[in-house]
Design a protein around this ligand. Structure first.
Ligand SMILES: [Zn+2]
Length: 474
């Protein structure tokens, strides 16, 4: 059995994080105020399925105490041995069809065999087909009093509003560093595994706030009853934090020696993508700490912008070493370009001043000549200042992008009428890495610009094969 399953909590006390949700549900069970349908939303591995199972068990437990299951009664024991037929778990990813849901509804009419309530846990509920959602909606509208539904999803925006509005909704958050660490410490202690601090940090950093990710990675890294950071470094081809700090220092100083260092890292066969991820993570953390103490982070932002951009680019690159080399060159090279630009401006200003000196001394006809020269210099300077804007204007507008198809797909993916209407009234331009929506009014802009709409648009664009794109609403 995997460690994740082995350490799946059997009561709410051992559920990691999600304190508010835990407390609310426990109180509801203790006061017998549970509802007919729950919707648990949130990222993977944050405890949705575990909570659903705990809730189902506790609602039916014969001797619950303080909103927790007793773990000793017949129901609790049968639940543990998975022989309880009245708590039904369905993975919507593999039961998407309307027939599955119809069958479920037909069976829901029968009373539970042993428990107070028949409970349906539907995981990844957003995967259901339209027909299946309609069938589910029917039973949610008039649920038999002996039935409860607990729906869970990682993609709430794909669940129809009609379903959401009939459920009590709980949003699960990513689990904090402290909570993840205390759970891993508990497991390590119980399993007799020796783990050093740097390894905990590494595991938690790479688990994206998900307990399942953290425990899986933890388990993968165990060798001979221990996890050591040195082992991780050599096993995964990652680079020690000292080396990362050294590299970052050289980047910040625009030190050309950073290229040599990068060569060494490549030649050592290190995992370059992982290295850049760590580099970005380290730079980001230092920048955050500097902001807190009121220090300037301009140079960090400059570096992070470029690293982040090229990290994304590397995903579609055939040769990531080259992609990252370009990023490094851009960082150490851009400093020179800026200096050159400044020198250019400086020179022009000096020449204007010289011209002015001459102006005073020269005869009228000469003055006219000088003036025209001065004008050229001025427009040169304007050109330099205008550089950024011009770059913006020359972006290629990709005419292959089908706006109507995009809106139709949004509709199919459950976008509300308000959004599709607002989009139809807007001018939509698609560039290589940018979808620019020019809303017809500030009210329209507001109606488009919500995080739910953003994630829906991103997922529809993804389905159309357009990824890593920014959506800008103006
Ligand atoms: Zn019990």
């Amino acid at each position: 059995m995997s460690l994740y399953l082995k350490y799946r909590p059997s009561d709410f006390d051992n559920l990691v994080g999600q304190d508010f949700i835990k407390d609310t549900l426990r109180k509801a069970v203790a006061n017998e105020k549970t509802v007919g349908a729950y919707l648990l939303c949130g990222p993977r591995g944050t405890g949705k399925t575990t909570t659903a199972r705990l809730l189902a068990k506790t609602i039916n437990c014969l001797n619950p105490y303080d909103g927790n299951p007793c773990l000793e009664c017949e129901i609790c024991r049968e639940f543990k041995s998975e022989s309880l037929v009245d708590i039904i778990e369905i993975d919507a990813a593999s039961h998407t069809g309307v027939d599955n849901i119809r069958e479920l509804i037909e069976r829901a009419q029968f009373l539970p065999t042993k428990t107070k309530y028949k409970i349906y846990i539907i995981d990844e509920v957003h995967m259901l087909s339209k027909g299946a959602f309609n069938a589910l909606l029917k039973i949610l509208e008039e649920p038999p009093s002996h039935v409860k539904f607990i729906l869970a999803t990682t993609e709430t925006h794909k669940v129809p509003e009609t379903i959401i509005s009939r459920c009590q909704r709980y949003d699960f958050k990513r689990i904090s560093h402290v909570d993840l660490k205390s759970r891993l410490l508990y497991i390590a202690q119980n399993e007799g595994i020796e783990v050093d601090d740097a390894s905990y940090d590494y595991i938690i950093k790479n688990s994206n706030g998900g307990l399942r990710n953290a425990i899986s990675l933890f388990e993968q890294l165990i060798s001979d009853k221990k996890i050591s950071y040195d082992d991780i470094v050599s096993k995964l081809g990652i680079i020690s934090s000292e080396e990362i700090n050294l590299f970052l220092d050289k980047l910040l100083n625009k030190d050309i020696a950073v290229l040599e260092l990068f060569d060494t890292i490549i030649n050592d066969g290190k995992n370059i993508k992982l290295f850049f991820k760590e580099l970005i993570f380290t730079a980001k953390n230092i920048a955050i700490n500097k902001v807190k103490t009121g220090e300037s982070i301009e140079n960090y932002i400059f570096i992070l912008d470029i690293l982040d951009e090229y990290y994304i680019k590397s995903k579609n690159s055939l040769d990531e070493n080259t992609t990252f080399t370009i990023a490094i060159l851009k960082i150490i090279g851009n400093y020179e370009t800026t200096t050159k630009k400044e020198n250019h401006i400086q020179k022009n200003i000096v020449s204007i001043e010289n011209h002015r000196e001459l102006e005073k001394k020269s005869e009228t006809n000469k003055i006219e000549e000088e003036k025209s020269e001065i004008n050229i210099s001025k427009s040169d300077i304007e050109d330099i200042f205008d550089f950024g804007q011009k770059e913006e204007k020359t972006k290629t507008n990709n005419s292959n992008f089908d706006v109507n198809l995009f809106i139709d797909n949004l509709k199919k993916s459950g976008a509300k009428g308000g959004l599709t209407m607002a989009l139809r009234g807007s001018k939509i331009d698609y560039y290589d890495d940018l979808l620019e929506i020019k809303a017809s009014s500030s009210i329209t802009k507001k109606s488009i610009d919500s995080s739910d709409n953003h994630s829906l648009m991103h997922s529809v664009l993804g389905e159309m094969g357009i990824e890593n794109i920014k959506i800008k609403i103006v």
